[in-house]
Ligand binder design. Structure first.
Ligand code: OOG
Ligand code: NI
Length: 465
């Protein structure tokens, strides 16, 4: 019996807030970015009273400043599966499988996130979680050393493990829920004391910078938190103006009237002091570059058909104007992206009709005038205003964008080509559970909203669905 008087959603909200406080204290750059994003959001609202009204009505205004996601990277199956149990307590389930090997990054990932509109409204916090793929590391010596070092660490506090077990047996009381949030957050804190010598760090770093980041420390430090920018292009410019050294581009689709999927950008990680334990027991100081801050802006979730079109247009833009490593041709890239995406309809009605995006339907029974045809078609009902369709927001991630975010924080390491491809089965075996399929979630939300709306209108089905 779960005796928890504290809901999973409430625990997640507390956890998100604890992570925000912790990261702001640890990373002053992030604190500066948070202030900047709040400024730019305020400015955007001041210029657009209609937007402000809409956000106020939906309750979105009050939570504008809360973090939307964070990211961590772990080294072993045991770490990943324990995280699954930890995040389940906060109502976060693994959604999506992201293969980053195609971009020369030796990890695969999922996002632990709330599922369902009301959960999302209470707290939209997600954790993008990557698992190291030692099978992609060619250097056998580095691979074996990494496996050995990882096997010797426990990233969770003993109390955190106790609380996870306790919750699974009988749920939490208020005090236990509060303690759990504190202990869970400790898993992701920064620890500048490496567990290895500078020579070992260097060896891993030369093999792949991510290997050094994942293996050399006591735990999977949170590497960024992400805020919602109402106008991501404005916030991106403002970062540069306040010398937060942003990435050269905003990842994802171009700016549009009807936003789709996810646009995101970040300021780049800076070197931070760390301490190594040398072979002779002495301490040596060095630096490690890992932690940054990110902003995001979300749009409509796409159907498989819409997503295929998105993937194709993006790949075409990237092939015809490859972005230089230093971003010097960012303007040309953005222009090309805009040109390519002219082929992606930019009005919701066409996106809906062409089944490129998912929509949430709602009913207004008072708007049903007459009955032109029976059963009426979906279009009839939308035209009379008896039905309304709003795009469903995309709550997941994009592997190409994620790779771009990873890459901007890996120094000048050249991405290599891995011959082995995605390995979802191995990821799920490590996780100890299947990942949920995001398209299925959006499809179900659309179908449920339509069924409920038709019921409210006294119709069982509509013609020509
Ligand atoms: C994760 C990068 C991916 C996103 O927003 O796409 C990500 C990482 O650097 O560990 O967070
Ligand atoms: Ni991110």
């Amino acid at each position: 019996m779960n005796k928890s008087p504290v809901s999973a959603d409430a625990i997640r909200a507390m956890f998100a807030s604890a992570m925000s406080d912790m990261y702001q204290a640890e990373a002053p750059q992030y604190r500066a970015m948070k202030a900047l994003v709040a400024d730019v959001n305020r400015q955007t609202l001041a210029n657009d009273p209609q937007l402000e009204r809409r956000l106020a009505e939906s309750g979105e205004l009050e939570r504008l400043d809360v973090e939307r996601h964070g990211a961590i990277r772990v080294g072993t199956a045991e770490e990943l599966s324990t995280l699954r149990r930890l995040f389940a307590i906060m109502g976060m389930a693994p959604v999506g499988y992201y293969d980053l090997s195609v971009a020369g990054i030796p990890v695969h990932s999922t996002a632990f996130r709330p599922v369902g509109e009301s959960a999302m409204r209470v707290s939209p916090f997600r954790i993008f979680t990557s698992l190291l793929r030692l099978d992609l590391i060619a250097d056998a010596e580095a691979r074996e050393m990494a496996a050995k070092i990882l096997a010797q660490r426990d990233i969770f506090t003993p109390r955190c493990r106790e609380l996870i077990n306790l919750f699974e047996r009988r749920g939490f009381d208020d005090e236990e829920a509060r303690q759990f949030v504190v202990e869970a957050a400790k898993t992701f804190r920064w620890n500048g004391q490496a567990r290895v010598s500078s020579a070992v760090y260097q060896k891993f770093y030369a093999t792949h910078p991510l290997l050094a980041d994942i293996v050399c420390f006591k735990g999977p430090h949170i590497n960024h938190l992400t805020l919602h920018a109402l106008d991501i292009d404005a916030a991106h410019h403002a970062m540069a103006a306040r010398s937060l050294s942003p990435k050269s581009i905003v990842e994802g689709p171009p700016r549009r009237r009807c936003p789709i999927l996810l646009r995101q950008t970040s300021f780049k990680a800076r070197p931070e002091p760390v301490e190594f334990i040398e072979e002779d027991g002495r301490r040596a100081t060095g630096a490690h570059t890992a932690r940054f801050g990110e902003i995001e802006q979300r749009g409509a979730a796409l159907t498989a058909k819409g997503r295929a079109l998105y993937d194709r247009l993006l790949a075409e833009a990237q092939a015809s104007v490859p972005l230089a490593a230093d971003g010097a041709n960012a303007r040309a890239y953005n222009e090309e992206l805009g040109r390519r995406f002219a082929a992606f309809h930019d009005d919701y009605e066409t996106l809906r009709r062409e089944k490129l995006a998912f929509f949430r339907y709602s009913a207004d029974p008072s708007a049903r005038t007459g009955q032109p045809a029976f059963p009426p078609s979906l279009d009839d009902l939308l035209q009379t205003g008896a039905l309304r369709a709003e795009p469903i927001l995309y709550e997941d991630f994009l592997p190409v964008s994620a790779a771009g975010i990873f890459r901007s924080n890996l120094g000048d390491h050249d991405g290599e080509e891995f011959s082995a491809g995605a390995d979802r089965r191995a990821f799920e075996a490590a996780l100890g559970a299947p990942v949920l399929d995001e398209i299925t979630i959006y499809e179900a939300a659309e179908r449920r909203s339509l069924a409920a709306s038709l019921k409210a209108l006294g119709l069982d089905s509509v013609a020509a669905l």
